[in-house]
Design a protein around this ligand. Structure first.
Ligand SMILES: NC(=O)c1ccc[n+]([C@@H]2O[C@H](COP(=O)([O-])OP(=O)(O)OC[C@H]3O[C@@H](n4cnc5c(N)ncnc54)[C@H](OP(=O)(O)O)[C@@H]3O)[C@@H](O)[C@H]2O)c1
Length: 234
């Protein structure tokens, strides 16, 4: 597809990977809308990326429906949904609490489904469209402490395959991008420390992968891209 004048909606586009994707797609000429819950971060991101800001929580069905109303008001139609909003809680099974587990699934799984459902209804009508799901290398194999986060990304990967099977006959491409560790606010939000070594991936690297995948001619698509740092240290 050509990104020039394409329209894109990026959930969690106010920080880290989502913000980098917003800037990259906007630089390629796309009209971009970003969502997030924090008003201040949203305003700053909209300014930095030249994006249309939508204050919305992906876990709220009413917010999701309003998000699409705002996108259609601003752009008239949508070409690309990037399901990026997500966070992690890392606790061993014996310490896992129901509220943390449910919260991770509400954003990373249910939120992604609600966003994709509205996009799919629109894309089927138009007989075209693109959904990019930002999963993780956590979607590829389990690890200690991963009951909530890793399982949510396995679920996103599973839904990606289901949506692809349903939507390919409507010319809709569904991509999965699996970043390994990226320097963002993700670790701090999860209560973890992250060594800021320059050998580690940055949001721009994931944005590059998203842009490259989208830019392939619509007759084809790369179903899944996993992105590793070449030689990460620290
Ligand atoms: N960083 C990594 O190492 C890494 C690796 C693999 C995959 N990922 C995935 O990449 C995605 C982006 O993470 P990041 O690393 O860029 O983290 P980040 O810097 O913490 O960004 C997360 C973004 O999601 C938004 N968000 C969180 N919950 C939301 C909700 N319920 N509704 C709407 N927006 C919400 C946040 O804004 P508000 O808080 O203002 O809503 C923020 O814009 C996540 O899905 C994450 O799992 C990250």
């Amino acid at each position: 597809m050509h990104l020039e004048n394409a329209t894109a909606l990026i959930t969690g586009g106010t920080s880290g990977i989502g913000l980098a994707v917003a800037k990259t797609l906007a630089s390629a000429g796309a009209r971009v809308a970003v969502t997030g819950r924090d008003e201040r971060r949203l305003a700053e991101a909209a300014r930095a990326a030249g994006a249309h800001p939508i204050r919305a929580d992906v876990t709220s069905e009413a917010d999701v429906e309003r998000t699409y109303r705002e996108v259609f008001n601003a752009f008239g139609h949508l070409d690309i949904l990037v399901n990026n909003a997500g966070f992690g809680v890392f606790k061993g099974l014996v310490d896992m609490d129901r509220a943390s587990f449910d919260a991770v699934f509400a954003t990373n799984v249910t939120g992604a489904m609600l966003m994709a459902r509205e996009a799919a209804r629109h894309f089927i009508e138009r007989n075209r469209g693109n959904i990019v799901n930002i999963a993780s290398t956590a979607a590829l194999r389990g690890a200690a402490g991963g009951s909530a986060y890793y399982a949510s990304k396995f679920a996103l990967r599973g839904m990606t395959e289901c949506w692809r099977a349903e939507l390919r006959p409507h010319n809709v491409r569904v991509f999965l991008i699996n970043p390994s560790e990226v320097l963002t606010s993700f670790s701090a939000t999860a209560g973890l420390t992250q060594d800021e070594n320059p050998t580690k991936l940055r949001g721009e690297d994931i944005a590059h992968a998203v842009k490259a995948a989208l830019e392939m001619d619509d007759r084809g698509f790369t179903p899944e891209l996993t992105v590793f740092a070449t030689n990460p240290r620290g």
